[in-house]
Design a protein around this ligand. Structure first.
Ligand SMILES: Nc1ncnc2c1ncn2[C@@H]1O[C@H](COP(=O)(O)OP(=O)(O)OP(=O)(O)O)[C@@H](O)[C@H]1O
Length: 415
């Protein structure tokens, strides 16, 4: 870099630094931050505390199942109640530990037991031992003294779907093996129906108590955002309509506090980048589009190749109006040609129909089944996302790149 360039880079930074900025502390808007007080969760906090208080008396609390959609404050509530419980236990000299396990990351029986055993200072290899041995290691370490262990399994539905319910069966029966220690289990799930996958004994033992976290409505989300915005933004940097708008958008999509917080943070970032000194409604609308576009990009980018080929066929056929004029047959014809062009396997029309249904569930296309009288039933398909940006993301995949200039070879010969 020559000195002129260096100087101009210097200027760029100086200019940016001298800009006033809107944020005081952006980090408090991230979902990793848990505030001390959680508005609109008093009932749930009370319910959890009422059950867990037995741990402070040296007894084992009932097991609990906690349900609620994503972003309804389940993890935040459990974290803050556990923190308080541990503080009190320390003050009262009671042996009680809360062990928080995220089952999205730690997702097999072996890994969970190894994690628990290591928490009590036992050495367990990453793999290789029989599961029984890891289980015994944990049980023996725990039973060395009188103590209560509360094991919180966050995203327990993922665990059960991936690894079955053996671990829950074993943990829920551990108390009968323990002489000194006591164990309670708290399962947190996004999916109300996940207990259908459980052995009835596990289901009744785990669900001794059930607590539901309902979605937040727009007013509740506004309170949550108000609380955070006081810490996150400098004074007088939000137009009055910003928080209600973020809350209204997030409430439309099942009352998710994480979405509402993301929307507020991205709105602030867009305002800052546009060098505006206050966040306005217009920034919220742009933030919403950006978040949605980022979501679509991520979903499309991570689709399997066959689904990408099906989606690319739909993109090629898309005429930019929202009429459902494509049917599965049209899509399949284009798909088949595209597969041949890149030497890929060709799936049956039935499989492609399934892939279209999956794209529908992901919100990328809209597929409606219509009856064609004596011609049977077919799906009418329309793209639910912007064609051009989707095309770009698809063509970023090196396997599809050579299809860049393809045409749909589509001639409308339908009856
Ligand atoms: N009542 C509340 N007050 C303040 N912040 C909240 C409240 N509820 C949720 N949040 C915030 O929203 C974000 C998401 O909450 P949390 O992770 O607890 O949701 P969750 O129900 O566990 O969701 P998931 O099932 O996706 O893990 C976090 O940043 C959390 O601090």
């Amino acid at each position: 870099m020559n000195s002129a360039e260096d100087k101009s880079l210097d200027n760029i930074f100086q200019n940016l630094l001298s800009m006033k900025g809107i944020f005081q502390n952006r980090e408090v808007l991230r979902s990793s931050y848990t505030p001390d007080y959680l508005p609109h969760r008093m009932d749930q906090i009370n319910a959890v505390a009422e059950i867990l208080v037995s741990a402070l008396r040296g007894e084992s609390p009932s097991n609990i199942l906690i349900y609620g959609k994503t972003g309804t404050g389940k993890t935040a509530t459990l974290e803050s109640v556990s923190k308080k419980l541990m503080d009190l236990a320390e003050k009262m000299n009671v042996e009680c530990r809360v062990l928080f396990i995220n089952c999205e990351r730690i997702d097999t029986q072996y890994r969970i037991l190894a994690h628990l055993a290591r928490h009590y200072n036992r050495e367990v290899p990453i793999t290789g031992w029989p599961t029984d041995q890891v289980f015994n290691e944990f049980r023996d370490a725990l039973d060395k003294k009188e103590q209560v262990a509360i094991i919180i399994l966050d995203e327990i539905d993922n665990l059960v779907k991936k690894s079955g319910d053996d671990i829950l069966y074993n943990l829920s029966r551990i108390n009968s093996d323990l002489k000194k220690a006591k164990v309670s289990i708290i399962g947190i799930s996004n999916d109300l129906t996940f207990t259908d996958y459980l052995d009835p004994r596990v289901k009744s033992s785990l669900g001794e108590e059930e607590i539901i976290f309902p979605p937040y409505n727009a007013l509740q989300l506004s309170d949550i955002l108000e609380q955070r915005s006081k810490m996150a933004f400098k004074e007088n940097t939000l137009e009055p309509s910003v928080i209600p708008l973020c809350s209204a958008f997030a409430a439309q999509e099942h009352g998710d506090a994480r979405k509402a917080l993301d929307l507020l943070r991205v709105s602030g970032e867009i305002a800052e980048r546009s060098r505006d000194s206050v966040v306005k409604e217009e920034h919220v609308r742009r933030a919403r589009e950006k978040i949605e576009q980022d979501r679509i990009t991520e979903v499309v980018r991570t689709l399997p190749t066959q689904s990408k080929l099906v989606l690319y066929s739909i993109v090629l056929l898309d005429k930019g109006n929202d009429t459902h004029e494509l049917n599965t047959g049209d899509v399949y014809n284009v798909y088949r040609r595209l597969c041949r062009m890149i030497d890929s396997d060709v799936l049956t029309q039935r499989r492609v129909t399934d892939l279209i249904s999956e794209l529908d569930m992901l919100g990328i296309v809209n597929a409606t089944v219509v009856s064609k009288g004596r011609y049977g039933r077919t799906k009418e398909i329309a793209l639910s996302v912007p064609a051009e940006s989707t095309r770009k993301v698809l063509l970023d995949d090196y396997r599809l790149r050579s299809l860049k200039d393809s045409k749909p070879f589509y001639n409308q010969q339908r009856l």
